[in-house]
Design a protein around this ligand. Structure first.
Ligand code: NAD
Length: 329
C-alpha cells in the first residue's frame, strides 16, 4: 500500500524502513507536518501515517478523503489530534499504536522527578563551570513521600510500580479503575490534597482538558511537584505559572506543552521564540521541560514502526485490526 508518512524525522525513516523489509509497503517520507495545507502531499496514497502534532481536524480529513485516502495510521498511542466523528462520517479507518514501550514514558517520568528534586540540570552546569557550591541544590528523599498518579493505564501503572520501589506511598485516581485494584484508589480531590508529587498519565479528552487549573491547583499541597508526560492541554499553563509564582507549585516537570505543535521536534535555537507563555516557563529555576521525548527509546521506535506497518497490512488485507480506534475509545 502507498503510505504518505508525515512529520518524518531521520529516526522515523530508519525504524520504518527496517520494519518494512517484511511488510513491503510503498512508504513516501514527507518532512512537513500534516495540516489542511500540506494534505495535498498525500495525493496518490491510500494511507497517511501521522504523529502527535499532525492536525487531523475535519478540514484535513475531508481533504484527505477527497484525495482517495482510506486509512489514517497513527504512530502514537494518543489520538486527541484526530476528529474521530468526522473520520467515521467520511468512512476513514483510524488505527494507532496503543502500547509500544510504556516503560519508555514511565522511566522518563521518573527521570524528570529525580532531576527536578536533586536539581541535576543546575548541578551539571555548575560543575562544568568549576562551581562546586551546594547552595540551592537541596533535595528531598523520595522514600516516604506521597505520589498521586492520575490515570492508571499502562504508563501510570508502571510509573506507580517504580515509585513503590523507591519506597513512596502511591495514591491513584482513575475515572475507570481496574477491577483488580493493586493500587490505593482515592478521589481526585483527595489525591490533590495528599500528594507531594502529582504525575499525569490520563489521555487528553474533553473531560481532562485543563484538568490542572486554578481550582485544582488551589487544592494541592503547597510546594507540590507536578509532572506531565501525557498531553500538554491537561494543564492550564497560565494557571500553573501563577501557581509557580506564588510557590503553590514547588516544581514543574513537563515533557508536553499545550501549544507544543508550533515548537517541538524542530530546532529553533537560532530563532526568536514567539510563545511568551512557554518562554515564561523557562525562566523558573524549578521548571524542567523536555520536548516530547518520553517515548524516544530504541525499543519504543522499533515497536511503533512494526505495529504501524502491521496495522496498515491488516487494513490492506481486509483483516480486523484490534488497534482500530472507535469513537467510544
Ligand atoms: P492507557 O489508555 O493505558 O491509560 C490511560 C488511563 O487513563 C486509563 O486507565 C483511563 O481509564 C484513565 N483515564 C481516562 N480518563 C480519565 C480521567 N478523566 N481521569 C482519570 N483517569 C482517566 O494509556 P497509556 O498508554 O498509559 O498512556 C497514557 C497517556 O500518555 C496517553 O493518552 C498519551 O497521551 C500519553 N503518552 C505520552 C507519550 C510521550 O512521549 N510523552 C508517549 C505515549 C503516551
Amino acid at each position: 500500500m502507498k503510505v504518505a508518512v508525515f512529520s518524518t524525522k531521520s529516526y522515523d525513516r530508519t525504524f520504518l524502513e527496517a520494519a518494512n523489509t517484511q511488510s513491503k509497503h510503498e512508504l513516501v517520507f514527507l518532512e512537513p507536518r500534516l495540516s489542511c495545507e500540506t494534505s495535498v502531499l498525500a495525493t496518490g496514497s491510500q494511507a497517511v501515517c501521522a504523529f502527535v502534532n499532525d492536525e487531523l481536524n475535519a478540514q484535513t480529513l475531508s481533504k484527505l478523503e477527497s484525495l482517495g485516502v482510506k486509512l489514517i495510521a497513527l504512530r502514537s498511542a494518543g489520538f486527541n489530534n484526530v476528529d474521530l466523528v468526522k473520520a467515521e462520517e467520511l468512512g476513514l479507518t483510524v488505527v494507532r499504536v496503543p502500547a509500544y514501550s510504556p516503560y519508555a514514558v514511565a522511566e522518563h517520568t521518573i527521570g524528570l522527578i529525580l532531576a527536578l528534586n536533586r536539581r541535576i540540570p543546575r548541578a551539571y552546569n555548575r560543575v562544568r563551570e568549576g562551581n562546586f557550591s551546594l547552595e540551592g541544590l537541596l533535595g528531598f528523599d523520595l522514600h516516604g513521600k506521597t505520589v498521586g498518579i492520575v490515570g492508571t493505564g499502562r504508563i501510570g501503572t508502571i510509573t506507580a510500580q517504580i515509585l513503590l520501589g523507591f519506597g513512596c506511598k502511591v495514591l491513584a485516581y482513575d475515572n475507570s479503575p481496574p477491577d483488580n485494584k493493586i493500587l490505593e484508589y482515592v478521589s481526585f480531590s483527595e489525591l490533590l490534597a495528599a500528594a507531594d508529587i502529582i504525575s499525569l498519565h490520563c489521555p487528553l479528552t474533553a473531560d481532562t482538558h485543563h484538568l490542572i487549573n486554578a481550582k485544582t491547583i488551589a487544592q494541592m499541597k503547597t510546594g507540590a511537584m507536578l509532572i506531565n508526560t501525557s498531553r500538554g492541554a491537561l494543564i492550564d499553563t497560565k494557571a500553573v505559572i501563577i501557581g509557580l509564582k506564588s510557590g503553590k507549585i514547588g516544581y514543574l516537570g513537563l515533557d508536553v506543552y499545550e501549544k507544543e505543535g508550533d515548537l517541538f521536534f524542530e530546532d529553533f535555537s537560532s530563532a526568536v521564540i514567539q510563545d511568551d507563555l512557554f518562554e515564561r516557563l523557562l525562566t523558573f529555576p524549578n521548571v524542567l521541560i523536555t520536548g516530547h521525548q518520553s517515548f524516544f527509546t530504541a525499543e519504543a521506535l522499533k515497536s511503533i514502526a512494526e505495529t504501524t506497518l502491521s496495522n496498515i497490512s491488516d487494513f490492506e488485507q481486509g483483516l480486523p485490526c484490534s488497534n482500530q480506534i472507535k469513537i467510544q475509545d
